[in-house]
Ligand binder design. Structure first.
Ligand code: GLC
Ligand code: GLC
Length: 653
C-alpha cells in the first residue's frame, strides 16, 4: 500500500488470483458441463470483482478473518450461479442487451397481497388474464414467506426466506408462477426484507439458544448502557408498539435491537457472515425468477453510535455490494429502494450501481398535499428541484401502497413557498383524519407519537379522496368530486416520469375496510384499513358500466391503454412548468419526437391557463388532446373543468 493512488485494482486482482483456485475446488468436480459453467462465472466475476472487492474491503477489510469471508462470499456466488436456471440466464442476456427495458411507456406495475387477492398462489394463477386486461407488466406480490403465528407485520417478519407461508403455497409454485408470468410479459417483483428477520427465524432461534456465531447475526446487549447511548439519536418508527428501538428478551436476558416490531430483530451487517448469508438469500430469490427485489426498510441496515442509524454511508455501500453480487450472478435482477425518508436521502439510493428503481414517496405525499390545499406550489417547487434522477434509473410512482402516508417533504421547500412546515404537517394530519372542517377525507391516524405530535395516515385511495364521505352523505356532487380527484391522481401517476404502480383494489375504488378492528392480530395497526380482501363478487355483480366501480375500472384501463401508445412517456425525464395558475400542476414529457403537455387542475372549480403561458412553455401552434381526440389552437385560453386533467400533444403543423 505504498505511495499514493488507488491500490484497490492491483490488490483486487491479487486477491482474485489467490481465491479463484480455492473457490473452484470448493465447487466440486468439474465435467465438461461444469467447465462451461465455471467459465461463465469467471467471466462475469472478472467484470464486477473490483467493484465488489472495493466495497467489501471498506466494510470488512479491518476484520482479522476478512479473507475467509471473502472466500465464503465467492463460493456462495459460484454455487448460486450453478443453480441459476437456463431460462433465467437467457433472460439475463436479454436484459444486458437492453438494460433500459424498464423505461418503456408500456411498463405498468401492480402490487397485491396474495392471500387477500386470491387466497393463495394457485388462485392467483387464475387471474393472469385479469392482470393482462389491466395492462400490468410488473407484479409485486407482497411478502408471503413463512412467518410466525399471530402478528407478522403483514408478512414483513420473515421466518424463512426460502419457504412460502403454507397457507399461500410453496416455493415451487412461486417459481413456476414466475416463469409463467414472464412468458406473459409480466416481471415478478418480491420483497427482500433485509433489515430484520422474525424472532423465530432459525438464525434468531440459534442466537437465543446461545450459539455465539448466531448471536453475532443480531445486535444483542447484556445491559442497557449501549442501547441507551444509541437510543439517544434514534427515532421511534412504531411508537404505538413500543418506545425506543430495543426489546428485552427474557430467554437470553439481553436487549435486542428491534427498529420495527419487537418480533422483528435487526440484522447485524457489521458481521460479514450476515452479508454473505443475506446475499445468498437474495440470489436464491433471483433464481426463483424474481426480476425486481424491493429492498424493504433499506435506510436502517447500518448502525453507528452517535448517529440516527438511518441512511448511513455504509448502508449505501451494502446495497452497492448486493448490486455487484447480483451483476455477477443474476444480472437481470433489479433492485428497488424502499427508503421512505427525507427526499435528499431518497435520492442517494438511486444509481445504476445501487438501486435502479426507487419508490417516489415525495410525489405521492405531495399529490395528497395538493388535493388538500387545492394549491400546487409546494408540489411544483419540490418536483422542479427533486424529480431528476440518473437517466438509467426510474421512479416508481404510486398513490397508495400497503403502508401509511408520511409528510416527508423538505422543510425549506415549504418555507420557500410561504408554508410553515410544522403547522402544515399538522394541518395535513387533521385534514386526512377528517378533523379539519370541510375535509372530504376519511383517513385514520397511524403511529401517533404524543411526544412529538407526529403521526402518519392510513386509508385507501378512494376513502382519502372523498368517496367514502360522498357515499355516506349520498350526495352525487360529492361523489363526482371524489371521482374527479381519484382520476386526477391516476392521470399523474400514469404520465409522470417513471413506472406507475397500482395498489390492487384501487382499480375498483376500494373503500376503507374497518373489519381489521375485530382481529386482535391487526387491531392496533391502522394500516389494515387499506389492506382489504378483494371482493371479486362485487365486480362480477355490477355489469352496468355506469356503476361506480366499473367507471373506475374502465377509466383506468382506458388511460393505461393510452399511456402505452405514447412514446413521449418513455424514460423518466419530466420538465415541470409554471402554469401561472396556483391550482394547475403542469409538466412536459418528451421523447422519440413526441412532446406532451400534461395539465392537472387540483381545484373543484374551473381554472384557466393563459395563452402567454402556453406559448412560453411550448412552441406548439396547436395541441391534439389525446384524451378526447379534439384539437386546440394555441392562442385560445385553455379552460380546465374541476379536477380535469389534459394530455396535450404539441404540434407545430
Ligand atoms: C417496510 C414495510 C412495512 C413494514 C416495515 C418493517 O417499510 O413496507 O410494511 O412495516 O418495512 O418491515
Ligand atoms: C417508516 C419507514 C419505512 C416504513 C414505514 C412503515 O416510514 O421509514 O421504511 O415503511 O415506516 O410504516
Amino acid at each position: 500500500m505504498n505511495g499514493s493512488g488507488d491500490w484497490i485494482p492491483r490488490h483486487a486482482e491479487k486477491a482474485l488470483e489467490r481465491l479463484l483456485p480455492r473457490v473452484r475446488t470448493a465447487m466440486g468436480p468439474y465435467g465438461e458441463k461444469y467447465e462451461r459453467l465455471w467459465q461463465g462465472f469467471e467471466r462475469r466475476l472478472r467484470l464486477y470483482w473490483e467493484r465488489l472487492f472495493r466495497i467489501l474491503v471498506q466494510l470488512y477489510g479491518w476484520q482479522y478473518d476478512f479473507f475467509y469471508h471473502l472466500e465464503q462470499i465467492l463460493i456462495m456466488a459460484a454455487r448460486s450461479w450453478a443453480d441459476r436456471p437456463e431460462y433465467l440466464k437467457d433472460l439475463d442476456a436479454h436484459r444486458e442487451a437492453d438494460p433500459q427495458w424498464f423505461q418503456s411507456e408500456e411498463m405498468v406495475g401492480g402490487v397485491l397481497y396474495v392471500d387477500l387477492f386470491s387466497d393463495n398462489l394457485a388462485g392467483l394463477h387464475d387471474h393472469i388474464a385479469y392482470f393482462k386486461k389491466l395492462g400490468l407488466t410488473y407484479l409485486h406480490l407482497m411478502p408471503m414467506f413463512a412467518v410466525p403465528h399471530g402478528s407478522s407485520d403483514g408478512g414483513y417478519a420473515v421466518s424463512d426466506y426460502r419457504a412460502i407461508n403454507p397457507d399461500i403455497g410453496t416455493m415451487e409454485e412461486l417459481s413456476a408462477l414466475a416463469r409463467i408470468l414472464h412468458e406473459e410479459g409480466i416481471s415478478l417483483v418480491l420483497d427482500f426484507v433485509l433489515n430484520h428477520t422474525s424472532d423465530d427465524h432459525i438464525w434468531a432461534r440459534r442466537a437465543k439458544s446461545g450459539d455465539p456465531d448466531y448471536r453475532e447475526y443480531y445486535l444483542m446487549f447484556d445491559e442497557r448502557t449501549m442501547p441507551d447511548q444509541y437510543q439517544h439519536h434514534l427515532r421511534d418508527i412504531f411508537p404505538d408498539v413500543r418506545r425506543g428501538c430495543f426489546t428485552y428478551n427474557e430467554e437470553t436476558g439481553k436487549w435486542v435491537w428491534t427498529t420495527f416490531n419487537s418480533f422483528q430483530l435487526d440484522l447485524n451487517y457489521a458481521n460479514p457472515a450476515v452479508f454473505r448469508a443475506m446475499a445468498e438469500e437474495m440470489l436464491f430469490l433471483a433464481n426463483q425468477g424474481v426480476q425486481v427485489l424491493r429492498l424493504d426498510a433499506v435506510a436502517f441496515i447500518w448502525k453507528r453510535l452517535g448517529t440516527s442509524c438511518e441512511n448511513l454511508p455504509e448502508a449505501h455501500m451494502l446495497v452497492q455490494a448486493f448490486n455487484a453480487v447480483a451483476r455477477i450472478v443474476a444480472p437481470g435482477l433489479l433492485l428497488k429502494s424502499e427508503a421512505i425518508v427525507h427526499p435528499d436521502e431518497v435520492l442517494r439510493y438511486i444509481s445504476p450501481e445501487e438501486c435502479q428503481l426507487s419508490y417516489n414517496p415525495l410525489l405521492m405525499a405531495l399529490l395528497w398535499e395538493a388535493l388538500a390545499t387545492r394549491e400546487v406550489k409546494l408540489l411544483n417547487n419540490a418536483m422542479w428541484k427533486r424529480s431528476r434522477i440518473h437517466p438509467e434509473c426510474a421512479w416508481v410512482n404510486y398513490l397508495r401502497c400497503h403502508d401509511d402516508i408520511g409528510w416527508t417533504f423538505d422543510d425549506s421547500d415549504a418555507r420557500e413557498v410561504g408554508i410553515d412546515p410544522h403547522a402544515h404537517r399538522q394541518f395535513l394530519n387533521r385534514f386526512y383524519t377528517g378533523g379539519f372542517p370541510g375535509s372530504f377525507a376519511r383517513g385514520l391516524p397511524f403511529q401517533y407519537n404524543p411526544d412529538t405530535g407526529d403521526m402518519r395516515i392510513s386509508g385507501t385511495l378512494a376513502s382519502l379522496a372523498g368517496l367514502e364521505y360522498g357515499l355516506e352523505r349520498e350526495d352525487p356532487d360529492l361523489i363526482e368530486e371524489a371521482v374527479g380527484r381519484i382520476n386526477l391522481l391516476r392521470s399523474i401517476m400514469l404520465s409522470a416520469g417513471g413506472i406507475p404502480l397500482i395498489y390492487l383494489g384501487d382499480e375498483w375504488g376500494m373503500l376503507n375496510d374497518y373489519t381489521y378492528l375485530s382481529d386482535p392480530a391487526k387491531a392496533s395497526d391502522s394500516r389494515w384499513v387499506h389492506r382489504a380482501r378483494q371482493r371479486w363478487e362485487a365486480g362480477d355483480g355490477v355489469a352496468d358500466a355506469e356503476a361506480l366501480q366499473w367507471r373506475f375500472f374502465n377509466e383506468l384501463t382506458g388511460l393505461i391503454g393510452l399511456r402505452k401508445q405514447l412514446p413521449a412517456l418513455r424514460n423518466g425525464n419530466m420538465e415541470i412548468i409554471d402554469t401561472a395558475n396556483p391550482h394547475v400542476f403542469g409538466f412536459i414529457r418528451e421523447h422519440g419526437g413526441q412532446k406532451l403537455l400534461i395539465l392537472n387542475n387540483f381545484s373543484e372549480h374551473p381554472q384557466e391557463v393563459a395563452q402567454q403561458q402556453l406559448n412560453a412553455v411550448t412552441a406548439a401552434t396547436r395541441f391534439a388532446d389525446r384524451l378526447t381526440g379534439g384539437s386546440i389552437e394555441n392562442g385560445t385560453v385553455l379552460e380546465l373543468a374541476p379536477y380535469q386533467f389534459a394530455w396535450l400533444e404539441c404540434r407545430a403543423d
